[in-house]
Design a protein around this ligand. Structure first.
Ligand code: BG6
Length: 462
């Protein structure tokens, strides 16, 4: 078979998931509560169709079947996250032996199927007890996270060689402290900045712990990068775009890869009295947090323009003081989810990493297409998701081009393996290569699964 777009040997093909989104068994196996279990208990109406995290996609009970299916559809690698509250139910203290058994089994089954495990330590699921003790606003929670990371490295580091401290650390900041889509539903920039800062300190402590543990592998972080594009080359639009980039990308990318925050961001926050509290020695610690490997989650770009009206100086400080969203005429949209599709954004991210971030080793850790009411595409028992094939193909072409131009990208993981529970959106948008019947939990590969299998097996496509 001719392969026009061939990827480098050993390229990682697979998909990504997270514990709270697939495991289910939320109150089984000795697991402690997370903020999601709690929020659903107190405000179920905030979740799409009132569906909470209780069962999710039942991976906890079906992981063997699922892992075999991953193998069939060409995975040589797979990212999942450990549930902190499952491993250490109260967030600190005793380790739960049932959780150790479960994650050992998952890892062993993956390895037996020739699938390399990529493990995330934190994917939005804060143990409730730690949230009640202050969450990421508290330095003690930073220390609890370090202890949790050390425990995970000790238990699983003999077999897991790719570790990620956080998935999209900006999302709990935005959701929980700025825009009200995660618990604890606070809207306060200064507290958000503290949470963001402490998350990066926790990250750095985990990176240091990883290196001390002597694991022969790589440690990284997963960032959702949203390349920022200005409406025009007018200086005011350029400035708006630069500031959006500072808030939404560089606030995590710079400390993770360069070991320090951008000077322009510090100056801007200082000018507005929004700097978080720091302590002596933090700067050194952040430097120790430089990653070996960066995961890139890419879904959509951010387009902005200069503000049309000056912000009200008495209104609470928000990033949106500095730019307005720009709906570029003619942009291509995903009609089933409402996000822009801009495949070249992935290439732009990688070129930026090459030019400004030492060409850090990276891979696409999430990219995917969400579709609402996907059953409408069911034919002969299989979801005919040609739109997803096109979506993936379009992104892979730009990824391939970036690699040809010397970018250091080593793999592509789709979001996601099977339809899963997505926080407040629950099962609204389906992303899987495999569909899940929510009543029976039956798994059925979609058309894209067969296409993906071929791409992975041929290490490329025509
Ligand atoms: C990603 C997250 O940003 O978006 C996932 O890492 C999430 O956890 C995914 O499920 C899709 O989000 P949504 O809202 O379209 O279901």
């Amino acid at each position: 078979m001719s392969v026009k777009y061939r990827f480098p040997e050993g390229f990682w093909w697979g998909s990504a998931t997270s514990a709270a989104q697939i495991e289910g068994a939320a109150a089984e196996g000795g697991k402690g509560k997370t903020i999601w279990d709690h929020w659903y208990e107190i405000e179920p109406h905030r979740f799409y169709d009132n569906v909470g995290p209780g069962t999710a996609s039942d991976f906890y009970h079906r992981y063997r079947e699922d892992i075999r299916l991953m193998k069939e559809i060409g995975h040589n690698s797979f990212r999942f996250s450990i549930s902190w509250a499952r491993l250490i139910p109260g967030g600190r203290g005793e380790v739960n032996p049932e959780a150790v058994r479960f994650y050992n089994d998952v890892i062993d089954e993956l390895l037996a199927c020739g699938i390399e495990p990529f493990v995330t330590l934190f994917h939005f699921d804060m143990p409730l007890e730690l949230q009640q003790a202050g969450g990421w606003e508290s330095r003690e929670v930073v220390d609890a996270y370090e202890a949790y990371a050390r425990t995970a490295f000790r238990l699983f580091g003999d077999r897991v060689k790719k570790w990620f401290t956080f998935n999209e650390p900006i999302v709990p900041v935005e959701g929980g402290y700025l825009y009200d889509f995660h618990y604890p539903n606070i809207v306060d920039f200064k507290r958000a900045a503290q949470v963001a800062y402490h998350t990066m300190l926790a990250h750095a402590k985990a990176v240091r712990a990883f290196r001390e543990a002597g694991i022969r592998g790589k440690v990284g972080i997963i960032l959702n990068l949203t390349p920022s594009y200005p409406r025009s080359s007018h200086p005011a639009d350029l400035k708006a775009s630069r500031i959006a980039d500072l808030f939404f990308n560089r606030s995590f990318l710079d400390p993770a890869v360069l070991g320090e925050y951008p000077r322009e961001l510090i100056d801007l926050l200082r000018e507005h009295g929004q700097l978080p509290e720091t302590r002596e020695g933090d700067g050194e610690l952040l430097k120790e947090g430089k990653v070996d490997l960066l995961g890139i989650n890419y879904y959509q770009p951010r387009r902005v323009k200069a503000k049309e009206h000056l912000p009200n100086p008495y209104a609470p400080f928000m990033p949106e003081w500095f730019f307005d969203p720009y709906e570029m005429p003619g942009r291509k949209m995903n009609p089933y989810r409402g996000w822009e599709i801009y495949e070249k954004g992935l290439y732009d991210i990688l070129i930026n990493l090459k030019e400004n971030y030492g060409n850090i080793e990276s891979y696409v850790s999430e990219n995917g297409m969400g579709v609402q009411d996907e059953e409408r595409f069911l034919k002969d028992g299989v979801i005919q998701d040609d739109y997803r094939i096109q979506f993936i193909r379009g992104h892979l072409i730009w990824l391939h081009r970036a690699i040809q131009e010397g970018c250091n990208a080593k793999g592509y993981h789709l979001w996601t393996f099977m339809d899963n529970w997505s926080w407040m959106n629950a099962y609204k948008n389906r992303y899987g290569l495999v569909s899940v019947d929510l009543k029976t939990q039956k798994r059925t590969p979609k058309k894209s699964a067969e296409w993906f299998r071929k791409v992975a097996q041929n290490n490329g496509f025509d």
